[in-house]
Write a protein of this length. Structure first.
Length: 249
């Protein structure tokens, strides 16, 4: 059977998205921790440092999850399914496969956030503003306004998922992971200011859950009142991208 038509087994789907998302979040949370926490080598190195760090985190995570298309993001998974596409070569957009993708992404995000905390444990235990500690795990608005914050996440995620759809999201090709990494950097530099650009429900929810349960000294609350914004906004943005794609492409 040709490789492109071989069906990918559920354990492989889970492992691919789990470890790919874990890689993404380990390096993404890590770059923010390096920037915001006390006594790190990269403290106060700036927003572009974070943008490029997240872009490279996506680059590496997509490579790890190449067997499943390197989604790492429920907004991408749902957007591809809603657009009528397969999730990856050999992975049909069935409810079971979609469910495995989403579960693996959330659990992988939690695992990656836990590893990032372990890497920076001594720095989390320093006397740092609790809001900065939370900011290493989860996004937060520069100006809190739920409607406009959600709209920002809708717009930014629409850009990402629409690009994924029109690019064909090639798997296993060198330009694919590099291109999506640069798209992430561009979105962060252009649209990341208002909310910190979650553009991925599990990128925020998984680490926020870990912030809530990990024994972080002086961590404060996990801001659950805002937590729905980076889940609902990216989900809507991904689905809207699919609608536009189906109508015009």
């Amino acid at each position: 059977m040709p490789l492109e038509t071989a069906q990918v087994a559920l354990p492989v789907i889970f492992g691919s998205e789990f470890f790919g998302t874990a890689t993404l979040i380990l390096l993404g949370v890590g770059v923010v921790a390096n920037n915001l926490l006390g006594k790190t080598k990269g403290q106060n190195s700036g927003t572009l440092h974070i943008n490029f760090g997240w872009g490279l985190a996506v680059f590496m995570g997509v490579y790890v999850a190449y067997k499943t298309g390197g989604h790492l993001n429920p907004a991408v998974t749902l957007g591809l399914a809603a657009a009528g596409n397969d999730l990856a070569p050999g992975v049909a957009a069935t409810p079971v496969n979609i469910g495995v993708y989403l579960a693996a992404q959330l659990l992988g995000a939690m695992f990656g956030a836990g590893l990032a905390w372990a890497a920076y444990k001594d720095h989390y235990d320093t006397d740092v503003d609790p809001e900065l500690k939370l900011a290493t795990f989860a996004t937060g608005p520069a100006i809190r306004n739920p409607f406009w914050n959600t709209l920002t996440e809708v717009i930014a995620t629409f850009v990402l998922v629409f690009w994924v759809l029109i690019s064909g999201y090639t798997q296993g090709v060198t330009v694919g992971p590099l291109a999506v990494a640069l798209v992430i950097v561009g979105i962060g530099a252009s649209l990341g200011g208002p909310t910190g650009y979650a553009i991925n429900p599990v990128r925020d929810l998984g680490p926020r859950l870990m912030h809530a349960v990990l024994p972080i000294k002086g961590k404060g609350g996990s801001d659950w009142g805002y937590a729905w914004v980076p889940v609902i906004g990216p989900t809507i943005g991904g689905l809207l991208a699919a609608v536009v794609y189906r109508i015009f492409w």
